[in-house]
Ligand binder design. Structure first.
Ligand code: ZN
Length: 157
C-alpha cells in the first residue's frame, strides 16, 4: 500500500532547523509515531507532496524551503495593541504568552506576545517557524485505509 488520499499514515520523524542535524524542533519515535490522515489539509502541502507514494519501510530525508513551509516573516503581522484590548486575566499577559485571537472575519488565529510597554502589548501573528527552512528525516511505519468514521471526524482513532 502506498501513501495517498485518505490513508492513515504512521511516521517516525524528526524536524530540525538549519540542517538535518541542526536545532531539533520536533521528534516522533517508533514507540509514539505521528499519525494522520493523508490529504485532509492537516499537514503542510509541501510535506505531503514529498511523502506521497511512499510505502511502509521507506525512509525519507528532505528540506522544505521556507516558501513551501510557513513562509517568510511578515513584519506587518507584528501589531501593537492597547492594554485595554486584552479583556483577560493579567497573568496571561507576558512576553512569550501564546493567545487565541479573532481577525475581522472571525477567523481564529494564534498570536505570541513579543513585547510589553506601559501603553502597548505587541503581538506577533507569524507562525513560530516562519522564515525557516525545515529539515525532515524519518521513516514510514504503517499505512492503512481510514475508516468511514475517521474520515467523517477528520482525525485518526
Ligand atoms: Zn473522532
Amino acid at each position: 500500500m502506498n501513501i495517498e488520499q485518505n490513508k492513515v499514515v504512521e511516521l517516525s520523524f524528526k524536524l530540525s532547523l538549519d540542517d538535518f542535524n541542526g536545532e531539533l524542533i520536533q521528534e516522533f519515535d517508533k514507540e509514539e509515531p505521528f499519525k494522520f490522515i493523508f490529504g485532509t489539509g492537516y499537514l503542510l502541502e509541501g510535506f505531503e507532496n514529498k511523502i506521497k507514494g511512499l510505502t511502509t519501510g521507506d525512509k525519507f530525508k528532505f528540506k522544505l524551503p521556507v516558501e513551501e513551509a510557513y513562509g517568510e516573516v511578515d513584519e506587518e503581522a507584528v501589531i501593537d495593541f492597547p492594554h485595554s484590548m486584552f479583556n483577560i486575566d493579567k497573568e496571561y499577559i507576558y512576553v512569550g504568552s501564546v493567545l487565541p485571537f479573532k481577525d475581522d472575519n472571525g477567523n481564529e488565529m494564534e498570536g505570541t506576545i513579543v513585547e510589553i510597554t506601559d501603553s502597548t502589548v505587541t503581538v506577533d501573528f507569524n507562525h513560530p517557524l516562519a522564515g525557516e527552512d525545515l529539515y525532515f528525516e524519518g521513516e514510514v511505519l504503517n499505512i492503512r485505509e481510514a475508516t468511514p468514521e475517521e474520515l467523517q471526524h477528520g482525525h485518526v482513532h
